[in-house]
Design a binder for this molecule. Structure first.
Ligand code: ADP
Ligand code: MG
Length: 464
């Protein structure tokens, strides 16, 4: 084991450089963010335009990158200059907690010009998502096994396309990127690309505007592995679907691997063209279910270890018993615990854990789906769910449909167009009309207002 304390000695010059960076950061972020995420960072070294800073763990890099990418780039060019580079260093604990260190360097930012000059394609794959840190559980067994098989032989298994679906925060993005990481590790020459369907759409729209649709299309047709996350966002985007259809065919015919994720199975992707839905079912479809208690414990143990903290079993158990639906929240809870403990120099004890869990549960943004809204509303009015999607003009069907549309607009971020698609492909003006009718009804009719309020509560509780 090597002692890295010498490597971590900091000169005044390095400190000054980092201080200049901090000044810009401080002026641009809220105090709580600054204290939680930037104060714990320590400058290590500055030489040859490269500033090395030490962060407590990978999550800091992730978090900062996700929320403050633009700011950091600005800081780099202002303080470190055009050729400046910021390198994050993570000091990992070894067998003996915090005694011996191993330094992992993560080169975080390079000026844009350098990136395009050096690399051919940017995979957009996050190196954090690996199979090694993906905990196996009953809920993800098939999806995980298939992902591993694919990463061993991309394009050569019958799992093509490979379609993973499941609720939010259950590990879809992690798994499909783990496939990408593994393939790149084994065959660095393979052209692997990951992007969300929204990102894909935005690029497509740009390509239309700049008259480069052909280039755009051949770029993706040229990939060995195409990974598209959250494919449900292609709903209602016919032109993008068309183009994606052609890319899909070209890749599939030439034995290239296609990996997709979605919040629901292909057949439930209402508003996606049938030819796409049928192709999505050609290969393997696997779901991911929420983790059971044992898996949650294993995930918490594993994550706290990667944070370099050892938590008492009773604390792990308390979190696992109280946060059930989603792995992102388990992780969020640990990060929050870590942040408040380090901020107040407090021990992580059961009291702090209880408080944190409670805060997470009350701040929780509820995630509701149009399907769930429809189900709850139809149940209440004893209307068959299919009827609200058909052209049925019976009074109770119309009212259930309009209230479901109204609540979909209120409780989800879906566009009018998407909502219309979920209700039998109705047009967005129908959704506006429904919204206005219900809105008027609610302001004139106390009974209806109470009914809709209680439906709303039910939906939000069901989603929580
Ligand atoms: P989704 O894409 O399904 O919404 P993500 O893949 O983003 O979910 O997962 C949410 C968070 O939970 C990520 O940080 C991911 O690393 C973590 N995670 C999910 N499943 C697992 C697992 N089985 N083991 C370890 N971490 C997991
Ligand atoms: Mg995801």
């Amino acid at each position: 084991m090597k002692d890295s304390s010498a490597a971590l000695e900091t000169t005044d010059y390095t400190k000054t450089m980092w201080k200049q960076c901090l000044e810009i950061i401080k002026a641009n972020v809220p105090p709580i963010t600054y204290n939680t995420w930037f104060i714990p960072i320590k400058p290590i070294d500055y030489s040859n335009d490269v500033l090395k800073i030490q962060v407590p763990n990978n999550y800091f890099i992730e978090w900062i990158d996700e929320h403050y990418n633009t700011l950091i780039n600005k800081v780099i060019s202002q303080v470190l200059g055009e050729n400046g580079k910021l390198v994050y260093v993570i000091v990992e604990e070894k067998d003996n907690l915090f005694e011996a260190h191993e330094i992992i360097e993560v080169v975080k930012k390079q000026p844009e010009a350098q990136i395009s000059a050096v690399s051919d394609i940017d995979s957009h794959i996050n190196p954090r998502y690996k199979f090694e840190n993906f905990i196996k559980g009953e809920g993800n067994q098939l999806a995980r096994a298939a992902s591993i098989a694919i990463s061993d032989n991309p394009g050569e298994t019958s799992f093509n396309p490979f379609f993973i679906y499941g609720g939010v925060g259950l590990g879809k993005t992690h798994l499909i990127q783990a496939v990408g990481n593994k393939i790149l590790e084994k065959h660095s020459s393979k052209k692997v690309i990951y992007l969300s369907s929204e990102h894909f759409t935005v690029e497509f729209v740009d390509a239309i505007q700049s008259n480069t649709v052909n280039e755009f299309s051949s770029y993706y047709k040229n990939m060995d592995v195409l990974i598209i996350d959250d494919i449900q966002f292609l709903i209602g985007k016919e032109k993008t679907q068309d183009l994606f259809f052609h890319i899909f065919n070209t890749l599939h015919q030439s034995g290239k691997q296609i990996i997709l994720s979605s919040d629901k199975p292909p057949k439930d992707l209402k508003g996606l063209s049938e030819r796409l839905v049928s192709r999505f079912q050609w290969g393997l479809t696997a779901d991911i279910q929420p983790p059971d208690f044992e898996t949650r414990i294993a995930i918490l143990n594993n994550k706290s270890k990667s944070f370099g903290i050892a938590l008492e079993p009773e604390i792990i158990e308390y979190i696992a018993l109280n946060i059930k639906s989603n792995i992102r929240e388990l992780e969020g809870c640990l990060i929050k615990l870590l942040a408040s403990a380090s901020l107040n120099s407090k021990e992580i004890d059961l009291a702090l854990t209880k408080k944190t869990v409670k805060e997470i549960s009350t701040n929780k943004q509820t995630i509701v789906s149009i399907e769930n809204i429809t189900k709850v509303v139809c149940n209440h009015f004893s209307v068959d769910e299919n009827k609200v999607r058909e052209k049925n003009r019976k009074k109770e069907v119309v009212i259930a449909r309009q209230i479901a549309m109204f609540l979909s607009k209120k409780l989800t971020t879906s566009s009018l167009k998407t909502i219309g698609l979920h209700f039998g492909g109705r047009d967005h003006s129908t959704v506006i009309h429904a919204f206005n009718s219900v809105d008027t009804l609610l302001s004139n009719d106390t009974y209806m207002r109470e009914t809709v309020d209680s439906l709303r509560n039910k939906i939000e509780l069901g989603a929580a």
